[in-house]
Write a protein that binds this ligand. Structure first.
Ligand code: UDX
Length: 443
């Protein structure tokens, strides 16, 4: 099939690439000329495991090409995907201006029947607006249909997720469009949910908000564990073995971040309010997520006081989660800002997000390191802020010899607390017993 993907962010770039790998002829379009030139040169604008190899392969076999020319993309495709960003507005709602601008421009170039698919995450009613905008701007007599096809990719595993999706959601009132879309996804072995536009839109928000709620629930349990002496990892394990609950998204930590959960939870809450319904759980999820990060910062303040001048913290992790260089809404960045705000000096390390982290945080009171072992030299404490796998296998004996004071604030429960104690560290995890036999040199 001939496809056009508008927007080469996470969803668009991964979508275009995987669709081309399935044997379709795909044109990726973006207004950002520099970005398109970078992709054409094989230099990916994002770090995503497996992506660059797949782009190169499909560009080479001519299944995939990139352009800034939207007219070229629209005219040479049967299905056009809108994958542009929907950033959060000041009032918590999703900013739809890029979606609507794309719809209007697509309409001016349509020359025969097309299916326009909205993959961007958009609130209830947006697809109907897209339909209206296209009708108002299309040449008379030319037919089109709109399909809502939300995406459920996780950053860091998005190529894999798209190839092995749990389900495909197709919302439309057109049988003709649905048949075309089903043909596109036919070889996937997962169920297809066919529904109306509004239900499809809501499925995406409900799914992300539910997952954010699940994480928040275990984070709340972690607070209770700290008070009662229970261990949140054990509680999560015991809960997760119940098939009705499931083990995934039950890792307690510093709270959820990223470009999706915070934005989508707020947008669903706002939509709900707009429709006159107070979505009570989401209100609590938003404030509990904020509180989880603050409780972690409080542990540091409790030990060192509110004036951190003269203290250096090794902050391990900048990205909002592992396997990505994305620092948008990263809790790690927020914690670093808070520590810096109290006068601390930061030694920052991240396996992939040093560049993006530096862009976000700048140089003031922060030094960036390319090895965790260099970052911990002479520090007053180590803060583990992102769930990178490698933080669980640090050579603690070596680390112990480098630090000024052996203290670990493990915001992601990556380190074995008994190993930490064995190696002479005071250890503070999330929802587990602190092992603080060592007294750090704190006045
Ligand atoms: C999310 C959804 O999972 C995906 O379906 C949707 O399409 C986009 O939003 P993403 O934001 O890439 O994906 O990452 P995800 O793996 O969901 O993690 C989001 C945040 O939750 C991260 O900050 C992560 O650290 C945190 N998290 C996740 C936890 O704190 N505990 C967990 O158990 C899982």
């Amino acid at each position: 099939m001939k496809l056009c993907i508008i927007g080469t962010g996470y969803i668009g770039l991964v979508g275009a690439t995987v669709f081309s790998d399935w044997g379709n002829e795909v044109i990726g379009v973006d207004v950002d000329k520099k970005k398109i030139e970078r992709i054409q040169a094989g230099d990916m604008p994002i770090y995503e495991p497996g992506l660059s190899e797949l782009v190169l392969k499909n560009v080479e076999n001519k299944h995939l090409r990139f352009t800034t020319d939207l007219e070229d993309g629209v005219r040479n495709s049967e299905i056009i995907f809108i994958c542009v960003g929907t950033p959060q507005d000041h009032d918590g709602s999703a900013n739809l201006s890029y979606v609507y601008a794309a719809a209007k421009e697509i309409a001016t170039h349509i020359n025969d029947y097309k299916v326009i698919v909205v993959k961007s995450t958009v609130p209830v009613g947006t697809n109907e607006q897209v339909k209206r905008i296209i009708s108002e701007n299309i040449k008379k007599g030319i037919e089109f249909d709109v399909v809502s096809n939300p995406e459920f990719l996780r950053e860091g595993s998005s190529v894999e997720d798209m190839m092995n999706t749990d389900r495909t959601v197709l919302g439309s009132d057109s049988k003709r469009a649905l048949e075309k879309m089903k043909a596109l996804y036919q070889h996937l072995n997962s169920p297809i949910v066919e529904c109306d536009l509004r239900s499809a839109e809501l499925i995406k928000y409900a799914s992300n908000s539910f997952l954010a709620t699940k994480i928040t629930f275990i984070n709340e349990i972690s607070q209770l564990c700290e008070k009662t002496g229970a261990d949140v990892s054990m509680v999560a394990k015991g809960m997760g073995l119940d098939k009705r609950i499931g083990p995934r998204f039950l890792n307690a930590g510093l709270g959820y971040g990223g470009s999706c959960f915070p934005k989508d939870v707020s947008a669903l809450y706002k939509t709900s309010m707009d429709y006159g319904y107070h979505f009570k759980i989401l209100d609590s999820v938003i404030s509990a997520n904020e509180a989880q990060k603050n409780a972690y910062i409080y542990k540091i303040v409790h030990m060192y006081g509110e004036n951190l001048t003269g203290k250096t913290f090794a902050c391990l992790g900048l990205s909002f989660k592992d396997n990505t260089d994305d620092v948008r809404e990263s809790v790690a960045i927020k914690v670093i800002r808070a520590l810096r705000g109290m006068g601390a000096k930061i030694n920052a390390y991240d396996p992939k997000a040093l560049e993006t982290g530096k862009k976000e945080l700048g140089d003031s009171s922060i030094e960036y390191f390319t090895s965790p072992y260099k970052a911990v030299m002479g520090v007053d404490a180590i803060c583990i802020l992102t769930e990178w796998q490698e933080f669980g296998s640090l050579d603690l004996d070596m680390v112990r010899k480098s630090v000024r004071w052996p203290v670990i604030f493990d915001g992601r429960n990556k380190v074995d607390s008994f190993e930490a104690l064995k190696n002479g560290f005071a250890y503070y995890g999330i929802g587990r017993k602190s092992t603080s036999d060592t007294t750090p040199g704190v006045q």
